[in-house]
Each structure stands twice: as C-alpha cells, then as structure tokens.
Ligand binder design. Structure first.
Ligand code: NDP
Length: 248
C-alpha cells in the first residue's frame, strides 16, 4: 500500500531542488500533486511531463507565494482541478545573504515575504477547505539555520525561525480540527546550487557532519512523506531536523 494514495498535495516552489524531489516522491507514493513556481516555466513543464508520463496526476501553477491575493487565487484553482487539498508543503524559499552591515531593506523584505509571509498566505488559503474536510497536514520548510542562527543570514534565519513559531501556533489552533502542522529543518542539502561551490569547501562541510555526507533532496522528501501521511497521525507542532546530525 502506498503511503499517499489519492491524497492531493500542494507544494510551493517545486520546479527544482528539494520541491521537485518532494513532488516526485509524493507521486511515487500515489499522491496527486499540484505544485507552484515563480519563473522557471520550462522546468515546471518538464516536471509536469516527467510525472504525468509515469501515470501521475500533476499540474504546475505559476504563482508568487509571497503575494496574498495570488495564494487565494491559487488555492481556488487547485480546488477546481483536484477537488480538495489534503497536504500543503510550504517549500518556496530564497536567500539574499549578507552581513547585517551590508544587508539592505530590500534584501530583508524579499526574504521575509518569500519565506515567511508565503507560509501565512498559503496556510490562510488552505485553512477553509481543510476545516471543511476536518483533516489536513501542513508542512513548513524551515532550516537548521532557523534553530541555530547563522552569521551573514540574519534575514534568512529570522524567516526560518519565524516559520517554526508559526508552525507551533497553527498546530495549537487547528489540532482540534484534525489539522496537523509540522516543520522540517534541513541541514546542508546538496542541490544544483551547491554544485557551483568549491569541492574543497563542500568536502569540509561533509566532514563536519556526523553522517559524513551532505543530505540529498530525497532525504527531505522522505520526511515530507512521513509528515504528510497517516504514519505521523499523532505528530503535530514539531520541527524535524533532517541534517545528518549536524545540529544536535
Ligand atoms: P531552490 O532555489 O533550488 O528552489 C526554490 C524553488 O522555490 C524554485 O522552484 C523556485 O521557483 C521557487 N520559488 C522561489 N520564490 C518563489 C515565490 N515567490 N513563489 C513561488 N515559488 C518560488 O531551493 P532549494 O530546493 O534549495 O530549497 C527549498 C526550500 O528548502 C527553501 O525553503 C529553502 O530555504 C529550504 N532549505 C534548503 C536547504 C538547502 O541546503 N538547499 C537547507 C535548508 C532549507 P523558480 O524556479 O520559478 O524560481
């Protein structure tokens, strides 16, 4: 038995990286997938083709997660196509790193709006259908940096720490309606982005991790399957660190 059979999963930011792996993994577990992206039209189309050719029900939506009205519109469109939303994965995220001294107001606002406000926007929008269905699982993609902080990432760390507080509050508000809300805090996940980095630097990172390797997007996707499925029926308000023991 697959773990997400016929569950409708809405994932923000799935044209590449971790979100893409989540979409692939959810389809493999029998889910129907709605995903969003901001500007990667070709990658989104390629993912739609890849997953539907394998027999999956999938649709990509171009939608800015940082825009409140766009999130409302998006959920309306997803409901029109799929009829329900069982799992929401607030995955879309960006970095605009710099030391506080050099961080502009724009860099702060962009990161807070894309990473944190987006979770508010989407959660508000799915709340009504989930309340009606008396069931739901909301998963917020935080980061170990949201737990530990990180020099040069004050905006990003604040957004990811904010997601943890948001997660706990939503879990407390909606638990009585059988809607769960959890966060995932990935550590160093090797994606296209990290492929650009100096191999020596990356190897040093790997060596500092107890499991002696960077995470794979699939490692995070597996945690999403757990938190989105009935396997985690009695788990809410938690932050699951998927970091190879980097932050213990
Ligand atoms: P990527 O940069 O590879 O992908 C980001 C995705 O988010 C893309 O699909 C992008 O769409 C989408 N996106 C960006 N802004 C918006 C927006 N405003 N509205 C809708 N979609 C948007 O990121 P990762 O896969 O590396 O990271 C995914 C999540 O995991 C993020 O929240 C990140 O903070 C978190 N994370 C990542 C870690 C890592 O090591 N990689 C570690 C810890 C946490 P498009 O392609 O159109 O731009």
């Amino acid at each position: 038995m697959k773990l997400l059979t016929d569950q409708v999963v809405l994932i923000t930011g799935a044209s590449r990286g971790i979100g893409k792996a989540i979409a692939e993994r959810c389809i493999a577990e029998g889910a129907k997938v709605a995903f969003t992206y901001l500007s990667s039209d070709e990658k989104a189309k390629a993912l739609e083709d890849e997953l539907s050719q394998g027999g999956g029900e999938v649709k990509g939506f171009k939608s800015n997660a940082a825009d409140f009205d766009a999130a409302q519109e998006l959920v309306k469109s997803v409901m029109d196509v799929f009829g329900t939303i069982d799992v929401l994965v607030n995955n879309a995220g960006i970095t605009r790193d710099n030391l506080l001294m050099r961080m502009t107001e724009e860099m702060w606002d962009e990161v807070i709006n894309t990473n944190l406000k987006s979770a508010f926007n989407l959660t508000k929008a799915v709340q009504r259908p989930m309340l009606k269905a008396r069931k739901g699982s909301i998963i917020n993609m935080s980061s170990v940096v949201g737990v530990s902080g990180n020099a040069g990432q004050a905006n990003y760390a604040a957004s990811k720490a904010g997601m943890i507080g948001f997660t706990k509050s939503v879990a407390q508000e909606l638990g009585s309606r059988n809607i769960r809300c959890n966060a995932i805090a990935p550590g160093f996940i090797e994606t296209e982005m990290t492929e650009q980095l100096d191999e020596k630097v990356v190897q040093e990172w790997r060596n500092s991790i107890p499991l002696k390797r960077g995470g794979k997007p699939e490692d995070v996707a597996n945690a999403v399957v757990y938190l989105g499925s009935d396997l985690s029926n009695y788990v809410t308000g938690q932050t699951l660190q998927v970091c190879g023991g980097m932050l213990t």
